[in-house]
Write a protein that binds this ligand. Structure first.
Ligand code: ADP
Ligand code: ZN
Ligand code: ZN
Length: 745
């Protein structure tokens, strides 16, 4: 027997493949999962190469101990995708490929149960002619196998193995000769019927139709930016484009990414309703909220091709989909597409790469595209498809009014605990008319600060350099960074003053105020605190849809995607802080967020109104917002970025370090920076000073970062790669990581 070696990727922080001897009966294939000894344990790895020789000395080589027979090999394209992600985000291939698999596949002890369906074999006429006569007279085990096949209609592999240890290899040989046939019970691909949803399809607007035609007509790699105002019916465009593709190609698969699937059950419902004619199991979801078994089943459905549509969050971008034919990224600007730990990837960017690799169309949809995407479209690299109007015939975009808090104050018009007079009046009018209102502010809890007037004490988290947030219903002080919690002190712990007072306001306080200033209104709060229990968010949202709520107050959770039919007023509080953030992306994010939340108003024909309370009514961002002028905002912000040499005109990477002390973290970064300088390509990369993070201490760990920047992506990539071994050799911190294209700078 020829000796074989396999090179295996494992989930270890090392950018290398590991060589193993391979002597199992089942032939190895690239992309198969294997069980291998690693240190004192056995772990699961992925075969990336098969070679007749190995440079590793024979006595150092260990052998593969098992192979996952039930799982068809991952495709070379899939391995190439994970290899690209690993290279680009400065990780090892195994660190990307294995975590992308469902947990059940990464645990070899569960393979048997996962793939309980085993292959079965049946003798064909051709086989009867040769078996057992063609077998050597003394091959008694082989003869027993042939006899069993002749006697039994479908012989299971495990039964065959009991007769002959190499039954699988023998069957492969007989299959090749056409003597037998094999069957597995793995779910067959679904029959495709043209979608004939029960509900009549809406008549597309001209703009929608043009967009669908452009997407459906695309051959090869074709990136589209679907820029459509809120309520313009982008979902309908996706549905039509997918329907056309899936009907035309019975094996084609589609991947649809959404920022947070738990928040968009209506999205899933729309897909299930529209594609009801596809076979059972043709639409699967993929997100971190799924139970493990379901996650594994859905992943396998995508991997075998039985799932035609995968609807998922960012992690679904690495799903194995052998016949993937289109990718849709809805709300492509959403920061949730960026993974913030482990492999810090952007699912949107990987979607573009994957589409290019597979030569297929990709659609990025948004009312407020990220400036990176907008810039690509401006340069003509992405085809822009524009929906300028709302899809529902009578629905216009809401009017946006700025309430100038400075002016209100000068004119002596009181606001009540942070709610300006005109907003209160508008809320009352809505209540009288039986319409719904939505009040948005991006801060949960009752008040961000609890302090003592007498001595200046402020409640802080003992483990973080952050204030403790007052939570009134829970009667607790809570740290939003580490989860620390304590009871609310009755008096100042420093001076004994009993007049300690909350400063500022969060959603809980606004909820309380609304109940008193708009008497009779049914107020509902939706934020991370009110929706902690699984399923509770959905229950609360259905109350809103059912009209059991007059005023909905909440954080960005209420801003995203929801198609509220009866909301006609949106109030925005406390938005100003983002205007003066040190993060250059803060204004882009604010514009997107306010556009999103404004988009919840007036969706079903009743005129919508948006009121934004601000001290900076003349700020360009608010001015653009009140004109609903994304294009103006995007182009002027891009011009500023170009002048200031910021992304997308330069490329960035961030090295972050966490130490027991700030000094340790900074010292690590400084050593790293010093070691960076002499590297090839480093001259085209700017290395900034190491600085503490804004919230420097979290859970007693001190954090600092070092920004790198270059006009050349290639130069940055090359020097990051060369830097890795240096970073690995440095000591003195608890943890460090490199983030490419960081979103929070
Ligand atoms: P977007 O995602 O662009 O904000 P949606 O896809 O949520 O918009 O669509 C907004 C609303 O318009 C939905 O209620 C949808 O059912 C409806 N809609 C979409 N297209 C049409 C159409 N062509 N005719 C009538 N209603 C439509
Ligand atoms: Zn005090
Ligand atoms: Zn804390």
């Amino acid at each position: 027997m020829i000796e074989l070696f396999v090179r295996v990727a494992v989930d270890q922080p090392m950018p290398v493949l590991f060589d193993y001897r391979y002597a199992l009966e089942q032939a190895p294939a690239i992309g198969m999962l294997v069980r291998v000894p690693f240190g004192r344990r056995e772990i699961v790895g992925l075969i990336c190469e098969i070679t007749p020789t190995s440079d590793v000395p024979a006595d150092k080589l260990r052998a593969v101990t098992g192979i996952c027979e039930g799982c068809a090999p991952l495709s070379e394209a899939w391995i190439a995708l994970t290899r690209f992600a690993a290279d680009y985000y400065q990780r090892g291939l195994g660190e990307v490929a294995l975590p992308a698999l469902p947990q059940a596949l990464r645990d070899a002890s569960r393979w048997d149960r996962l793939f309980a369906v085993e292959p079965r074999y049946r003798l064909l006429r051709e086989g009867r002619a040769h078996l057992p006569d063609a077998l050597p007279a003394r091959a008694s085990a082989l003869r027993r196998l042939a006899d069993a096949l002749a006697e039994q209609p479908w012989l299971a592999l495990s039964d065959a193995r009991a007769l002959h240890p190499k039954a699988s290899a023998t069957f492969d040989d007989w299959l090749a000769r056409g003597w037998i046939e094999a069957a597995t019970e793995i779910i067959a691909g679904p029959e495709v019927t043209a979608p004939t949803g029960a509900a009549p399809l809406p008549v597309l607007t001209d703009e929608q139709r043009d967009a669908v035609e452009a997407i459906s007509g695309a051959q090869d790699f074709a990136p589209f930016l679907l820029h459509g105002v809120t309520g313009s019916g982008k979902t309908e465009v996706y549905l039509h484009a997918l329907a056309a593709l899936l009907a035309a190609r019975p094996d084609a698969q589609a991947l649809v990414l959404v920022p947070e699937i738990n928040l968009t059950p209506q999205f899933e419902a729309a897909f299930r309703a529209r594609f009801a004619a596809l076979a059972e199991g043709s639409i699967v979801t993929m997100h971190s909220g799924l139970a493990e078994g379901e996650r594994a089943r859905n992943w396998l459905a995508a991997h075998t091709g039985s799932a035609r549509i995968v609807l998922g969050t960012r992690l679904a971008i690495l799903a194995s989909m052998p016949t993937l034919a289109i990718i849709v990224v809805d709300e492509e600007h959403d920061p949730a597409y960026k993974q913030q730990e482990g492999l810090r990837y952007s699912a949107r960017d990987l979607a573009i790469y994957r589409a290019k690799q597979l030569d297929i169309p990709v659609v990025l949809g948004s009312a407020t595209p990220s400036l990176e995407t907008w810039w690509q479209a401006e340069q003509g690299r992405y085809t822009r498809l524009t929906l300028t109007r709302r899809a529902v015939a009578e629905a216009a975009l809401p009017s946006v009014k700025l309430i100038d808090l400075e002016e209100e104050r000068q004119r002596g018009r009181a606001s009540v605990d942070g709610l300006a007079g005109p907003l209160i009046a508008a809320l009352k009018t809505r209540l009288e008319r039986g319409e719904q209102s939505l009040v948005f502010l991006n801060r949960r809890g009752y008040a961000p600060i609890l302090s003592c007037d007498a001595c200046g004490w402020v409640a802080g988290c003992p483990r973080c350099s952050a204030y403790a947030v007052l939570h009134k219903p829970e009667r607790a002080l809570r740290c939003h960074h580490c989860g620390w919690e304590s009871r609310i002190p009755k008096s100042c712990p420093d001076c004994g003053n009993i007049d300690i007072a909350p400063m500022g306001r969060g959603t809980q306080r606004v909820e309380e105020t609304l109940a008193s200033v708009v008497p009779g209104a049914r107020v509902l709060r939706i934020d991370a605190d009110s929706t902690r229990r699984k399923g509770s968010a959905q229950a609360l949202f259905s109350d809103v849809h059912a009209g059991e709520v007059d005023i909905l107050v909440g954080t960005q959770m209420i801003a995203k995607g929801h198609d509220f039919r009866r909301v006609t007023l949106v109030g925005v509080l406390n938005a100003d802080t983002a205007l003066f953030s040190h993060d250059f992306r803060a204004s882009e994010r604010l514009f997107a967020q306010l556009t999103q939340v404004s988009g919840r108003a007036g969706r079903a024909g009743l005129p919508g109104e948006v009121m934004i309370q601000t001290r900076y009514a003349r700020h360009a961002l608010y001015q653009a917002l009140s004109r609903q002028d994304y294009v103006g905002f995007a182009n002027s912000t891009l011009a500023e970025r170009r002048d200031a040499r910021l992304p997308p005109f330069v490329y960035q990477a961030m090295l972050r370090a966490e130490g027991r002390t700030l000094e340790a973290a900074l010292a690590f970064l400084e050593q790293a920076a010093a070691a960076f300088a002499p590297l090839p390509g480093a001259d085209r990369v700017t290395v900034y000073d190491a600085v503490p993070l804004t919230i420097v201490k979290v859970f007693n760990v001190h954090r600092a970062q070092l920004l790198l920047e270059s006009a050349s992506r290639a130069a940055l990539q090359a020097s990051l790669r060369a830097w890795q071994p240096v970073l690995r050799s440095l000591k003195g911190v608890l943890r460090w990581n490199v983030e490419v294209d960081p979103l929070d700078v």
